[in-house]
Design a protein around this ligand. Structure first.
Ligand SMILES: Cc1ncc(C[n+]2csc(CCOP(=O)(O)OP(=O)(O)O)c2C)c(N)n1
Ligand code: SF4
Ligand SMILES: [Mg+2]
Length: 348
């Protein structure tokens, strides 16, 4: 994705002449304090700072409070709000038919890990160019607070009782499905959310961001691992994340070994400043191990867990045209009679 970040302070516009307002959407109708609102704000900032042309984005979602939120950012972009758990099919169709677009998919833990888990896994196998955000609050917010598939075993909710089931971990699922960009963040850590969204936008395949996004109405009690208070106390970032777009000069004033640089397809750099742990996001098995280990220790580990850009997308495998299908003339879209005869001959 084209990117450039020099913002002229005087005019308040980015390098393509757009102001931050050009990246906003309608006023939110979600509850005040809902984590989903702060994620929308960081999507707006990330796209503004990267000078992403809004018309090159398609917003996709399913059903849920989270899935409503594309209305609250990028009103100049394309968008399709689909059925519960079926956003991946929509995304696949849209992005295969039009290679000039980048997808921003917004889903919930119910939309992805409950009803949509099958669609999610198969989307990852196809590696289409999109940022897939799971706004993870451990409940079905829109339908008034039932346990979702990411709720912890033993969790107690007022009207639900005790959850008897083991949770699905979105990042573990993404790693198992060989997704090339797997990260976790927390809506209460806006800088990390923004920088990871920028990196995800510069990644060419499917980038999964599992963002703990508290539901202040149905699941924000201190003991819940999806609450603001728990996440604030237990968050342990792997690194300090800064995204440097390709047109900016990189100035780092740090000792060698403190920063790991991850280069994106477009030449942008993701700078990962080491904090407590030594961690290499190129090592998938280490990522799996670290996620299991930190979960057992009750730690909310955040940051980029895995990065691998060397995987083809369905667009590459299917040799899809760079021209959107709607712009191709009929004679290019419709196979000739001879090509159909040749195809049938292969099966005789
Ligand atoms: C096929 C289908 N089944 C069930 C529902 C009811 N439903 C609407 S939203 C939702 C869950 C939303 O939870 P989540 O994806 O976590 O989003 P949140 O509201 O928590 O952001 C459910 C079960 C539906 N709309 N369609
Ligand atoms: S019910 Fe929960 S998830 Fe839905 S808008 Fe309110 S706080 Fe957000
Ligand atoms: Mg939810």
């Amino acid at each position: 994705m084209e990117s450039a970040t020099v913002i002229t302070a005087r005019s308040g516009t980015n390098t393509i002449g757009l102001s931050k307002n050009d990246y906003k959407g309608r006023p939110s109708t979600l509850c005040q304090g809902c984590g989903h609102n702060s994620i929308s704000a960081q999507i707006i900032s990330a796209c503004y700072e990267l000078a992403v042309p809004p018309e090159k984005i398609i917003k996709l979602s399913g059903i849920g409070c989270s899935s409503k939120s594309p209305t609250y950012f990028l009103s100049r972009s394309h968008g399709f709000n689909g059925l519960h758990g079926r956003m991946p099919s929509l995304a696949t169709g849209a992005l295969v038919a039009n290679r000039t677009l980048k997808g921003i998919g917004i889903s919930g833990d119910g939309d992805t890990a409950s009803i949509g888990i099958g669609q999610f896994i198969h989307l990852l196998r196809r590696n289409l160019p999109m940022v897939y955000i799971v706004e993870n609050n451990g409940v079905y917010g829109l339908t008034k607070g039932q346990f979702s598939a990411t709720a912890d075993k033993g969790q107690v909710l007022k009207k639900q009782g005790v959850n008897p089931f083991m949770p699905v971990d979105v990042c573990l699922e993404a790693l198992a499905a060989n997704c090339g960009f797997v990260a976790r963040s927390f809506a209460g850590d806006p800088k990390q959310v923004r920088e990871l969204i920028k990196a995800a936008l510069c990644f060419e395949g499917t980038a999964v961001l599992d963002i703990i996004s508290p539901c202040v109405t149905f699941n924000n009690r201190d003991e819940s691992t999806k609450s603001y208070s728990w996440a604030k106390v237990h968050e342990d970032p792997l690194h300090d994340v800064t995204m440097v777009p390709k047109k900016d000069e990189i100035h780092i004033d740090l000792k060698p070994g403190e920063v790991k640089e991850v280069e994106m397809h477009d030449g942008s750099m993701l700078m990962l400043k080491k904090l407590e742990r030594d961690f290499d996001p190129a090592d998938r098995l280490s990522a799996l191990h670290m996620l299991e280990e930190t979960k057992a220790k009750n730690i909310l580990i955040t940051g980029l867990f895995y990065f691998n850009e060397r995987q083809p997308s369905l667009q590459d495998i299917g040799n899809m045209s760079g021209t959107p299908l709607t712009e191709l003339p009929v004679e290019k879209l419709r196979p000739s009679q001879q090509s159909l005869i040749d195809l049938m001959d292969q099966f005789r």
